[in-house]
Design a protein around this ligand. Structure first.
Ligand SMILES: Cc1cc2nc3c(=O)[nH]c(=O)nc-3n(C[C@H](O)[C@H](O)[C@H](O)COP(=O)(O)OP(=O)(O)OC[C@H]3O[C@@H](n4cnc5c(N)ncnc54)[C@H](O)[C@@H]3O)c2cc1C
Length: 567
């Protein structure tokens, strides 16, 4: 038999590292598989902070987990499962203190406590931060901990397929990017912690590696359903030109949004919360200003930080200043920042419960790749970093419980069969003489998703999007590789991933077409209101040969009845 570990975690971002630490602490043999070095995971790019009701800030002393839960559920437009939100918000303070004790250098209040800043949709300053590089601080801490605990990492391996035997997950097939070898690894449990799919869209704030390939493997090879994929978060403020994120913390620290009439237009959309309304609302407001021409170059509005002053900008938002200097050639201390909405986050993902369990025994998921669901129709800023650590930890512990209770089954044959299948598929791609240029397929997909499944959606646009994706799926069958080298063939990697991207895109667009209401980030101009009677439910997409089959499941409501959502 080849390589074996009791638990294999796919992904070395915050959720994957935390899951691996939990399973290893339970005494299991754990390994992580990651397509990049751990600290290059997208978690490193998180800027603004992580939410926990520590009640440290002036004006936030009355905060508690229940208020955090209420804000999260209202922010989700009532689509979040409330039992899961309760777990996350109760665990939050403990998680933040644990990261502090492991060494995360959080910013501080004058009296030495962890500092907290206001964020969108939150009733109190609740977002703990390390200046505007919170993800960097957290991921390095978590990585150091994993080095200390000697967790094995297979670096620069790409998950290609999840192997099943007797209705249970028994391992994976992966590509060693470094030498082109395709290998099978057996495992008693697999945890998918592979992050989001942002790069299916053009104008994304995400890293280039965020292609959703872990989600796609769960859907295509393990036959596990994806949940609520039509809920795509567009961040209100990405830098015009490159779509690099300008953190919500910039508005949390007091930044203003202006249109081309020098009007703080948020007063027309969310008179109370203004710039700190939740992301879905601010993104739609900005997009409306742009669509109606109260903008610059038909493309952007301004985020103004000048009134915060040099000292505050240098202290709280130094990374944002650097980004503006290097990528826009302007200094936000004396010039406003051109911004526009950009794809940012996936509320949907692999359908799991709060233990990280999927519908396949032995397969778990956590972090942005999973949908527990704590974010429902719209995630609040600062809740994703929290989600990754809370549910990463829980899934690691539940996976080890599963492994300890499980009867061993010999799965070598299943692994070898899947390995042969994947090798045949890769060699077909390598040897294809098809006429289609894969780069064109990828770029048409990005434009289609931005145009037809963006901030504002209609039946006609979504139908056009779906037809285009079906066309691209056909054209994908005719692509040829531009490079055939074995070592570091990123052309091969990109084009293996393209199949998964197309599958996810189809799920997003079909879910959005069927959901005839507006809720959270999913806004249908032809159905502009929320419809709880028919649509207070989760979408589940199952893979079939002819495309996704959708069904629905109830939302768990514990203590907060759905009400009108005003800010
Ligand atoms: C610019 C930016 C700023 C953000 N700021 C904040 C913030 O301030 N607060 C907040 O709460 N949230 C923020 N978010 C969201 C949050 O950072 C992410 O949702 C979260 O970090 C995702 O963590 P993760 O562990 O799920 O995945 P990631 O950190 O994305 O890691 C994914 C891992 O999976 C691996 N992987 C992926 N596919 C494969 C494959 N096929 N085979 C092998 N390995 C694979 C990658 O190598 C990587 O190690 C931000 C997001 C962005 C893009």
């Amino acid at each position: 038999m080849g390589l074996h570990h009791q638990v294999i975690v796919v992904g070395a971002g915050l959720s994957g590292l935390r899951a691996a630490l939990a399973a290893q602490q339970d005494g299991l043999d754990v390994a992580i598989l990651s397509r990049v070095h751990p600290v290059r995971s997208h978690s490193i790019a998180a800027q603004g902070g992580i939410n926990a009701s520590l009640a440290n800030a002036e004006g936030g002393r009355d905060d508690n987990w229940e208020k955090h839960a209420f804000d999260t559920i209202k922010g989700s437009d009532y689509l979040a499962d409330q039992d899961a939100v309760e777990i996350m918000t109760k665990e939050a303070p403990g998680i933040v203190y644990e990261m502090e004790h492991w060494g995360t250098p959080f910013s501080r209040t004058i009296d030495g406590r962890i500092a907290q800043r206001p964020f969108g949709g939150a009733a109190f300053p609740r977002t703990c931060y390390a200046a505007d590089i919170t993800g960097h601080a957290l991921l390095h801490t978590m990585y150091e901990k994993s080095v200390k605990e000697e967790i094995k990492v297979y670096e620069e391996y790409l998950l290609l397929s999840i192997v099943k035997h007797d209705n249970a997950c028994v391992g994976i097939v992966a590509l060693n990017i470094n030498n082109g070898e395709i290998i099978a690894m057996s495992a008693d449990a697999v945890i998918i912690a592979s992050g989001g799919y942002g790069r299916i869209y053009g104008n994304s704030t995400n890293a280039l590696i965020n292609t959703g390939s872990g989600m796609a493997a769960a859907y295509l090879s393990a036959g596990v359903p994806l949940k609520d994929l039509e809920f795509v978060q567009f961040h209100p403020t990405s830098l015009y030109g490159t779509n690099i994120l300008i953190t919500e913390g910039a508005r949390g620290e007091g930044g203003y949004l202006f249109n081309n009439r020098h009007e703080r237009f948020m007063k027309n959309y969310a008179a109370k919360a203004m710039e700190l309304a939740p992301r879905d609302i601010v993104a739609r407001s900005i997009q409306t200003e742009i669509n109606e021409g109260r903008c610059y170059n038909n493309a952007y509005v301004l985020l103004d930080l000048r009134h915060l002053g040099r000292k505050k900008i240098m202290e709280r938002l130094p990374g944002i200043r650097d980004i503006c200097l290097h990528f826009a050639g302007l200094d936000p201390i004396n010039k406003p920042i051109p911004i526009q909405p950009g794809q940012h986050y996936s509320m949907g993902g692999i359908d799991t419960n709060a233990n990280g369990e999927t519908s396949l025994a032995g397969l778990f998921a956590a972090g942005e790749a999973a949908c527990v669901s704590v974010h429902g129709g719209n995630r609040l800023g600062g809740n994703s970093l929290l989600d990754t650590i809370v549910f990463g930890k829980l899934s690691g512990h539940f996976a080890s419980g599963y492994v300890k209770a499980k009867k061993k089954n010999a799965a070598d044959q299943a692994l070898q069969a899947e390995l042969a299948k994947v090798k045949a598929k890769v060699s077909r791609l390598e040897n294809s003489a098809g006429k289609e240029n894969p780069a064109k397929v990828r770029s048409e997909l990005k434009t289609t998703m931005m145009e037809e499944a963006g901030v504002f959606r209609t039946k006609a646009k979504l139908e056009a999007g779906l037809a285009k994706i079906k066309e691209l799926k056909e054209r994908y069958k005719q692509i040829h590789l531009l490079s055939k080298i074995k070592k570091y063939n990123l052309d091969l990697v990109r084009n293996l991933e393209l199949e998964g991207k197309l599958a996810l895109a189809e799920v997003i667009v079909l879910g959005a077409l069927k959901r005839e209401e507006s809720r959270g980030s999913h806004f249908r101009t032809d159905y502009p209101t929320r419809n709880d009677e028919h649509w207070l439910k989760h979408t589940l997409a199952h893979h079939t040969e002819s495309g996704p089959r959708l069904d629905y499941k109830a939302v768990t409501i514990t203590r907060f009845r759905p009400q009108a959502r005003t800010y």
